[in-house]
Structures are given as structure tokens and as C-alpha cells.
Write a protein that binds this ligand. Structure first.
Ligand code: SF4
Length: 253
């Protein structure tokens, strides 16, 4: 989509947000044109809901999948149902291998992830990382809703880079977005979102590992809050490689 057409499609938005949306749409359209098969990994976060809405409107050739860990909050399942009713069956769900979860529970206990980083990473591996590897098999690119401003662990997020661990291009169309941009877009389009955000949550994962954050804390402070801040990633997102130069998205709105 040319910038002028993208602008016309997003006419109702404020200028700064419209510029960010146009940039994101251009990224999505280039992924659709040059990098299929590609898919968004969605946890139904606010950021992922922005991307789901943009993909379905502007680049429907991009797939969308989610990882159902088996420990998600009821509110996330309620949102999944809303998405099905509004957008149709556009999200593919990947579940963990039962044998891996059974092995974790037998060794560490159902809530063993509270007892140390090794146990926590083992749970995340069985319930998230291994299913992600199945979801990414055969893809040329994957997309995420990661933003630089979300946490200290995400300050190096780039719009596009090469994910050496998975061997494919990783695209983060909202890397430069602010939290306010995300919510302005969702409100302007009346996109459904997880109601836990209205209860003080700012980043939502599994129920036993997520809690609301206090004013002034970063958005991911409520994830694995018992661990040091530099460890609070689940293993899905390794340190990014440098920008590949495939996309030129340096222009700031
Ligand atoms: S976030 Fe918690 S419950 Fe979910 S996979 Fe990781 S350790 Fe397990």
C-alpha cells in the first residue's frame, strides 16, 4: 500500500498515530508481498490485538497463531472467543505436548515454577517454547507485538531483524510505538481487548505468573515478579540480531 492510500484508510486517527499506523501497515504489506509464509505470534495482548486487526484489514495473507499453555487466565479465553466472533476462525492454536507437561509436573510439581529459575524456564519451555518451534516450522518470518518501551529486556527491539535461533526473519511492526499509541488505536477501532488491563495489568501471560503492576513500574514488572528484572522473559524472544536492511522504517512519525 502506498503511504497516501494507507493514510486514507486510517483517516479517522490523530496525525501522529496515523503516521505510526501507516508505517506498520507498510511493514505488514511488505511481509505479505515478500516473506510468506509468515505468521503473527499472538498472546492476545493489547499490542497483538492491534496487529491482528491491521493484518486482517491490510495483509490477510499473514497467518496468526497463539500458544495455549493450559494456564491462561479465564479473561484471555474470553477474549479469544470474542476474536472468533468478530474476525472468524483466523487464529490457529498450538498446545503443549502432553508428555512434556506431564514430565514437568512429575519432576517439579504443578506450580514448581515458583521455586527457581531452572524450574520456571522448564515450564516455559514445555508450555511455550516447544510449541512455538512447531508453530514456526516452515515459516519464513514471524511477527510479534514487542515494543522497545515495554521493559529493560526489550530496549534493543528493532522493527526487523534476523532471528538466528529460529533461522527466520523476525518482524516487530510496533517496536517504536508507545503504550498510548496502542490504546488509542484499539479505542479508535473498537478492537476487543483483555479485560485484565482494566484491573491494573499491563502485560498478560499465564495466570499464576502474572499480576497487576504498581504506578511507575514498567509494563512487564508483573510477569515473574519474584525474579530479577533482567530474567523476565519466557525464552520465546532471544536477543535480537541487528537490522537486516530488508525494511527501511527509520522514519519517525
Ligand atoms: S508463564 Fe508460568 S505457567 Fe506459563 S509456561 Fe511460564 S512458568 Fe509455566
Amino acid at each position: 500500500m502506498s503511504e497516501s492510500r494507507a493514510v486514507s484508510v486510517e483517516r479517522g486517527l490523530a496525525p501522529v498515530l496515523r503516521a505510526r499506523v501507516c508505517q506498520a501497515v507498510q511493514v505488514l504489506e511488505r511481509v505479505e508481498a515478500e516473506l510468506l509464509p509468515a505468521a503473527l505470534a499472538s498472546s492476545f495482548s493489547a499490542e497483538d490485538m492491534v496487529l491482528l486487526d491491521l493484518i486482517r484489514r491490510h495483509a490477510p495473507g499473514i497467518g496468526i497463531f497463539t500458544l495455549d499453555t493450559g494456564r491462561l487466565p479465564a479473561e484471555t479465553y474470553a477474549l479469544q472467543q470474542q476474536v472468533l466472533e468478530r474476525y472468524g476462525p483466523v487464529v490457529r492454536t498450538y498446545f503443549p505436548n502432553p508428555a512434556e507437561v506431564e514430565g514437568f509436573v512429575a519432576h517439579y510439581g504443578a506450580n514448581g515454577f515458583y521455586h527457581g529459575i531452572e524450574a520456571r524456564r522448564a515450564c516455559c519451555h514445555a508450555r511455550k517454547v516447544a510449541p512455538l518451534q512447531r508453530a514456526l516450522a516452515g515459516q519464513r518470518a514471524w511477527l510479534t507485538g514487542m515494543r522497545r518501551a515495554q521493559a529493560v529486556t526489550r530496549e534493543e527491539v528493532v522493527v526487523e531483524g534476523f532471528d538466528e535461533h529460529h533461522g527466520l526473519v523476525k518482524v516487530n511492526p510496533l517496536a517504536e510505538w508507545r503504550e498510548d499509541d496502542v490504546w488509542a488505536y484499539l479505542r479508535s477501532r473498537r478492537v476487543p481487548y483483555n479485560e485484565l488491563y482494566d484491573q491494573g495489568y499491563r502485560s498478560i501471560g499465564c495466570a499464576p505468573c502474572t499480576r497487576p503492576v504498581a504506578p511507575g513500574e514498567d509494563a512487564r514488572a508483573g510477569r515473574w515478579w519474584w525474579e530479577a528484572s533482567g530474567q523476565r522473559e519466557c525464552g520465546l524472544h532471544r536477543a535480537p540480531a541487528g537490522a537486516t536492511g530488508w525494511l527501511k522504517c527509520a522514519a519517525k512519525p
